[in-house]
Design a protein around this ligand. Structure first.
Ligand code: GLY
Length: 343
């Protein structure tokens, strides 16, 4: 087991890598009531391990990331007489973490909370960083909070029940972390992603640890996302537009988004073509999509909406080389040409 500590402006988060969910109680010590928020899939698979906790169950899927679900959670927290001396734990993937972090940060103006991420995507990215929110009127994560969980307990054994496509989604965020901030991690992934995917202990522990280190560095420097932290959005401008237009899972959508951003990086930030090719080859090998099959017009429309929000140009994350990202303003026409190339 390995402990990492994220120190951010709003608080600190203890990240326990390779810990067992069976030790969860110890992480909530001193709290009055402890309530677990989870979804029906996770409860079916791991409910036995949560015996003794009050449970609030939400429906799985992005459709639950709404103010309505948060409202239902608030109702249950009231029924269970949860107050500021209590503790709320989200056990699940990114959606459970988002609803838990958002509800815990707003109910009674803030109740302490922690996460047990059960997907690779949540372990390498979504559970860490303190941003938690819901979607509203078609906009992703437009309503939310920034408040650090007290802990993230990463139990790699929970990933055993994860479908292969869910593992692939997690690897997309690990590749992103490597691309923007850790060139040796990209080489490691090229040689070892299969071992990590098979949950070989050293390999999965290294991939989660190194990916989180990139994230923690950005979050501790810039929790409120005014500068350095924005680099974590590499692949997300086009990726979010694809997600919105097609309903494609997050990891798959940002995989395509990263290939698009790498293409632009060659033109505008100096990324060598062979490095962009390396990134694309790795994503392909992992089984992630690297081109947009359909719905080009809908994706372009979603990007244009982004443009309206941020002015004449879109601020994007580009790579000058693997392991080093920069922010750049990209014209809408340049973006459209890249999306066109990808179809
Ligand atoms: N909860 C994800 C983040 O803060 O980036």
């Amino acid at each position: 087991m390995r402990i990492m500590t994220l120190q951010a402006q709003s608080g600190s988060c203890k990240i326990a890598l390779g810990e067992s969910i069976d030790n969860l109680k110890g992480y909530c010590e001193g709290a009055g009531n402890v309530v677990v928020i989870t979804d029906s899939n996770v409860r079916r698979l791991h409910g036995e391990r949560l015996k003794g906790f009050d449970i609030i169950e939400i429906s799985p899927g992005e459709g639950s990331k709404t103010l309505e679900t948060a409202g239902e959670v608030f109702g249950r927290l009231l029924e269970l007489e949860i107050d500021r001396s209590s503790f709320i734990v989200g056990v699940g993937g990114g959606i459970v973490c988002d609803i838990t972090g958002f509800a815990a940060s707003t109910y009674m103006r803030g109740v302490p909370f922690g996460f047990v991420p059960t997907t690779l995507l949540a372990q390498v990215d979504a559970s860490v960083g303190g941003k938690n929110g819901v979607n509203f009127k078609g906009y992703k994560n437009i309503i939310g909070t920034i408040r650090q969980p007290r802990f993230c307990l990463c139990d790699f054994d929970l990933l055993r029940t994860l479908p292969k496509e869910e593992m692939r989604n997690g690897f997309a965020e690990a590749v992103k972390a490597a691309a923007i901030g850790d060139a040796p991690l990209l080489s490691y992934l090229e040689g070892n992603w299969k071992k990590a995917s098979g949950l070989q202990r050293t390999a999965i522990a290294k991939v989660v640890h190194d990916s989180l280190q990139v994230k923690m560095k950005a979050v501790s420097a810039d929790e409120s996302e005014r500068g350095e932290r924005m680099k974590l959005n590499f692949g997300h401008t086009v990726g979010h537009a694809i997600e919105k237009a097609t309903g494609m899972p997050h990891g798959e959508a940002i995989s395509i988004g990263m290939v698009a951003a790498a293409g632009l990086s060659g033109k505008k930030a100096g990324l060598e073509a062979k490095e962009a090719q390396r990134l694309e080859s790795l994503l392909k090998e992992i089984g992630l999509p690297t081109a947009l099959g359909a719905k080009k017009d809908e994706v372009l429309e979603a990007i244009r909406k982004d443009k309206k929000r941020f002015g004449a140009k879109i601020r994007m994350v580009l790579l000058e080389r693997i392991g080093s990202a920069v922010m750049a303003d990209v014209g809408l026409e340049e973006m459209e040409a890249v999306v066109d190339d990808m179809c």
